[in-house]
Design a protein around this ligand. Sequence first.
Ligand SMILES: [Zn+2]
Length: 187
Amino acid sequence: MLWDDFLNSVHHDWRGDGAVEDRLDDPDWLRKWLKQQQFDLGLPNSNELSNLKQLRELMHRIVMVLVSAVSPSAEDIQALNKVLADGPVIRQIATTDVHYRVTLSPTGHQWPNVMAEIAASFAQMLADGEPSRIRICDNPNCLWVYYDDTRNRSKRYCDDKMCGNLMKVRRFRARKKAEAAMPPSEH
Ligand SMILES: [Zn+2]
């Protein structure tokens, strides 16, 4: 989805110490992302880039209150609406032999249109989905934002095979270490 891909463009070194890498600063990542999202647009200038980061901060702030079961502030909703007002994009359908695909071309404002589209994807999820299913990965070095679509709402990690396993190993090691550090029992 557009909104979570965008939010997770702040990458954390989940295997290591959680070091942060901002992928919006990486032109290669940006180009790939634009292509993947079917946006027909060049790289942002420095002003547009800082607006993008501001939008990401805004969405992240809303996610942070939602995971604590609090409602977003009226100011933040207003700010989101301001971004949404810069839409729309033009949708066109393209066909290949077997597939249909919708391409999005920003009109007029270019990057602001893309930002409106990102905000729309986020707003749609809030309105049509269940905001209480938004999660932040339990690996403190990962903090990946995701939507928990499991039946029993029990998803604790962005990926059970990756962060889930890593945390299992860490818990195991911590237990072994604690056991080793314990004084021998008095018998
Ligand atoms: Zn994770």
